[in-house]
Design a protein around this ligand. Structure first.
Ligand SMILES: C[S@@+](CC[C@H](N)C(=O)[O-])C[C@H]1O[C@@H](n2cnc3c(N)ncnc32)[C@H](O)[C@@H]1O
Length: 219
């Protein structure tokens, strides 16, 4: 990715404050009200991630876990009862980047394809995210991990770490990893992954509803 240092520093500063006033939940059994009205929402994280991605000259986005809630309003609007998942695939596609999204659930794939049908730059595949990454051969500038739901007695945190490890050989030297649901269950989907990213030299720009991690070539 190419560089524009001042602009990038400014975006990083903005990202670092995305979690201000956001609640963090140790548990995972949130009430309906907590889910909808107390948690931070993904929208501002997507918008800032895309800003950073563009400033870095990124071209390719890979997403594990596509949008599963239909988009029935302008993307600029935020509705608590609709936008808690985030409509991620639409945001990524709107950026103009090459988007590859994968989801194991046929219904989620159907909804995402229908919602993003206007975008020629978006390809949505049905399948397991880890297998998909094993066979993926293109370069990745932004990896968004938002698949295995945060449920008791499931390996959601391990699976998100495994997905990163599978993607690692394909990540460009400068790259962004974004993870959703890191504000619940003591780190949620990023519980095992975020410490590994730190060991791998990533800067954790923010940790809130989402975690955004940046690795910069030569830094
Ligand atoms: C929280 S939703 C994704 C929300 C979406 N990223 C958004 O912002 O609107 C999680 C998705 O991950 C998918 N998923 C679960 N296990 C998966 C797997 N093994 N491989 C790929 N996708 C998976 C689910 O089917 C579900 O659609």
């Amino acid at each position: 990715m190419s560089e524009n240092r001042e602009q990038i520093s400014e975006i990083k500063r903005k990202i670092s404050s995305l979690n201000l006033n956001e609640k963090v939940f140790d548990g995972i059994d949130l009430t309906f009200g907590q889910q909808l009205y107390e948690r931070g929402k993904p929208k501002k994280y997507f918008e800032s991630t895309i800003e950073l991605f563009k400033a870095l000259g990124g071209k390719n986005i890979v997403e594990i876990g596509c949008m599963r809630a239909p988009l029935r309003h302008p993307i600029a609007e935020l509705h608590s009862d609709c936008c808690n998942d985030g409509h991620s695939t639409y945001f990524w596609s709107l950026s103009g980047a090459n988007v590859e999204s994968v989801d194991i659930c046929p219904n989620a794939v159907r909804i995402a394809r229908e919602s993003c049908k206007e975008f020629k730059n978006c390809k949505i595949t049905r399948g397991d995210g880890i297998k998909f990454l094993e066979y993926f051969t293109s370069r990745i500038d932004l990896l968004f991990l938002d698949a295995w739901d945060v449920d008791d007695n499931t390996a959601y945190a391990e699976n998100h770490l495994t997905a990163y490890l599978k993607a690692k050989p394909r990540l460009n030297k400068t790259n962004i990893i974004a993870i959703d649901d890191t504000d619940i269950g003591k780190g949620g989907k990023g519980r095992y992954l975020v410490p590994v990213l730190m060991d791998d030299g990533y800067q954790i720009l923010v940790k809130g509803r989402q975690t955004i991690a940046l690795k910069e070539d030569g830094r």
